[in-house]
Design a protein around this ligand. Sequence first.
Ligand code: PMV
Length: 356
Amino acid sequence: MEENHFIAKKATPIPWTTFWEAPSNIALIKYWGKTTPQIPKNSSLSFTLSSSVTQTQITYQPAGSGTFDFSFYFEGVAKPDFKPKLQTFFKRIEPYVPWIEGYELTIKSSNTFPHSSGIASSASAMAALAMCLMDLELKLFPGMETELFHQKASFLARLGSGSAARSVQGPVTLWGANKIQDHSSDLYALPFGPDLHPVFSTYQDAILLVDKGTKAVSSSQGHQLMHQHPFAPQRFLQAAENLEAIVPVMKAGDLEAFIKIVELEALSLHAMMMTSNPYFILMKPNTLAIIKRIWEFRASTSIPVCFTLDAGANVHLLYPQDYINQVNTFIREELAVFCQKGQYLLDQVGEGAKKV
Ligand code: PMV
């Protein structure tokens, strides 16, 4: 689908309030490297999470033609310092939502996961914002098909933060033009579809909070460094191959093959960071200590646990729901000690954004 398919018309402003929540997601096939505006250098695939969500309420107030303004509150407190980032977002999406002219918005947002836990909140935040925008667009132009509603929400979310495109639907989504799915596009994410093996629709993700501080290098800087990275072309090919390989695995529920691809992707992402110029390391000693324990636990119990990492030190421990008791005991007894203040979050795969 082309970008111009997402261009809406102008409309007379109406007062309206809407409240949506959108989850975070964790990539299994990683997106690392992009061109403007948030066009990925390779396609990615992720688990949509369930409890780690951003809740956003927007009150739309008609404010006279030619005007557009907004105020932003995070967890009840006015945050004018968030405004520039949001202003850039609104500027970027304006051609697709021209009906937004003439409004004053009050945006109130909060996260269910602890603030500065090292969990990237931009995906859930941008997806929740996109849902609130699409909710009014649907009110102004009733009759929009559900499929288009979701695709445009994902398209708008992507313009806020690339990986946010994957937070609109669940339980597994694919973002980026690929050979596997019809209608796949770099512009928005699509759900994996009905062929997903049931084991993956209840998969567990324990987020082990190794380091809750601010990252030394942000995701945007990391993406930027892929432009002159000597291994970038090879990495994009590897990601495409891993995507092609994981799709049949996710249909068959082949956990052994799943584990091999997922851990390879996590370490390849961090290998790109360690070989960027300038190079950097986001893992911490405890990240490696946890990985070692996971490998030992898997070898000794044959329980199919594996890990993935995002752009940070935290470890996402992934496992089928059937092993919840054994794995949660393992986390409590052996892994919590490596987490900052012993903290971790137990989440699982979810269905995507919801109206609150
Ligand atoms: O969406 P961004 O710009 O925060 O980039 C996300 C990058 C990774 O989390 C490392 C990988 C991914 O696909 O989510």
